[in-house]
Design a binder for this molecule. Structure first.
Ligand code: FAD
Ligand code: PYC
Length: 414
């Protein structure tokens, strides 16, 4: 295994971040790629990585209009869990969670995976029923979760107020091997591994058109010129509708802002992730000591990449109710990302009406946790035309009414 000094890793990360060095390659003139992936977020990069690693497809370019992980991948609150209800979801999210366990070793890049446990509070009778049902489903799926009592909640999170004024804590869905990871590192680790396989990771390269002939993809028009390819993967989250329009088809996706904020750093006070979906807020503590806080999605479609005032106020109010000790914390940063929402709150990993164009989107408010599983499955679909992990997530489910309802597991108000 190659070893890198701390300085080499930091220099490499900075280069990627600033768009220098290997990540700043321009497409080679006349070169035709076996596959192009649009979008250097976690899902696009993981797709490219597993195309190379699992299927030997290395003549690949990943095109990014901004910088590595600058979309939702670098804006999310890093919660990783696999406590979904439906079998198809549990399969892909648990595949992803298990790949997170060994990601740092696989990529030789420390993604700081921290399986500290994720707790989803039940604060209404409806939530108790929903989460107990999920715990039973997870037991059948081989996903390790349990429904725990309010007393157990308090023993795991001493700073929580279980007798909240509006919604007391009635129990929780607990996944002890859920947790967090460093989001930028996931993007950087995959990008470096792709680059080492000889792939071209091209930042500041916006796709502006998709060339097709006889119903088949030929290449993409970009801000750096035309680039030809045999296969194309569109992996652009909130911009899915824009790219699909370039390819001549429509997607059942809505784009909305989801926001988060972090506090000033404080001493360690909470070593699990807590989500409180009824009051609309969730919180964890970063390794630096900041409290990482997120709220619900905006109720209107937009591309603004920032949060709205009424939501941040609602979120902070909800969390002060749940964790009174944070009431005098100062907030340091506040931002938003544009998430890609489907009607059933499940992703789309699919072929499309255009031959050799594949699409991976619809991860909405919850796709960080899915990155390795999604990349693994999408690569298999692109390389072989079939993946058991993507079978039920095809576009045809919207025509056939075979929805995969994950509105409870999605975890964030929307
Ligand atoms: P992105 O990371 O958005 O990558 C898509 C890339 O495509 C972008 O970099 C973009 O610049 C690029 N692109 C777009 N158009 C073009 C073009 N024309 N040409 C070239 N490139 C283009 N998920 C969890 O599992 N846990 C969480 O705790 C969590 N918290 C969240 C909190 C917030 C505030 C937000 C916004 C999201 C959260 N999510 C969470 C969701 C998660 O971040 C996303 O589902 C996931 O990051 C999507 O990854 P992606 O690779 O599909 O998209
Ligand atoms: O999917 O677990 C999740 C999540 C938490 C916050 C945003 N998404």
């Amino acid at each position: 295994m190659k070893r890198y000094s701390v300085f080499a890793v930091a220099r490499e990360a900075l280069r990627y971040h600033q768009g220098w060095g290997r990540a700043w390659r321009s497409p080679e003139p006349q070169k035709k790629y076996e596959a192009i992936i649009i979008g250097a977020g976690g899902h696009g990069l993981a797709t490219a990585y597993y195309l190379g690693k699992n299927h030997g497809l290395k003549n690949v370019a990943i095109l990014e209009k901004g910088w590595l992980g600058g979309g939702n991948t670098g804006r999310n609150t890093t919660i990783i869990r696999s406590n979904y209800l439906q079998d198809a979801s549990a399969a892909i999210y648990e595949k992803a969670r298990s790949l997170y366990e060994t990601m740092s070793q696989d990529l030789n890049y420390n993604v700081m995976f921290s399986p500290r446990g994720v707790m989803m509070l039940a604060q209404t009778q409806h939530e108790i029923r929903g989460y107990k049902r999920t715990a039973h489903a997870n037991a059948l799926q081989g996903v390790s979760t349990e429904f725990i009592t309010p007393e157990r909640v308090k023993s795991l999170v001493p700073i929580i107020n279980i007798d909240g004024p509006r919604y007391p804590v009635l129990g929780a869905l607990w996944q002890p091997r859920g947790g967090t990871a460093r989001h930028d590192a996931v993007a950087w680790g995959y990008a470096r591994a792709c680059s080492e396989m000889g792939m071209d990771v091209i930042q500041q390269c916006e796709v502006t058109g998709i060339r097709r002939q006889n119903g088949q993809v030929q290449g993409v028009e970009t801000s750096k010129g035309l680039i030809e390819c045999e296969k194309l993967g569109i992996v652009v989250a909130g911009h899915t509708g824009v790219l699909a329009d370039m390819a001549g088809f429509r997607m059942p996706i809505e784009s909305v802002a989801l926001q988060a904020l972090v506090s000033e750093p404080i001493k360690p006070c909470m070593d699990v992730v807590v989500m409180a979906n009824t009051v609309h807020g969730y919180m964890s503590q970063s390794d630096k000591g900041e409290m990482v806080i997120g709220g619900g999605a905006d109720g209107f479609n937009n591309y603004t990449q920032r949060g709205s005032f009424h939501h941040v106020e609602e979120t902070v109010r909800a969390l002060i109710e749940t964790f009174p000790i944070i009431s005098r914390l100062k907030m340091l940063r506040w931002w938003g990302g544009i998430v890609d929402m489907t009607g059933d709150r499940s992703p789309i990993l699919s072929t499309t009406p255009v031959k050799n164009i594949f699409i991976n989107c619809g991860w909405g408010t919850g796709g960080f946790k899915a990155i390795p599983g999604s990349g693994w499955a999408m690569a298999e679909l692109m390389a072989t035309g079939h993946s058991s992990l993507t079978e039920e997530f095809g576009l045809n489910r919207f025509k056939e009414g075979k929805f995969i309802d994950e509105s409870v597991a999605a975890g964030v108000a929307h």
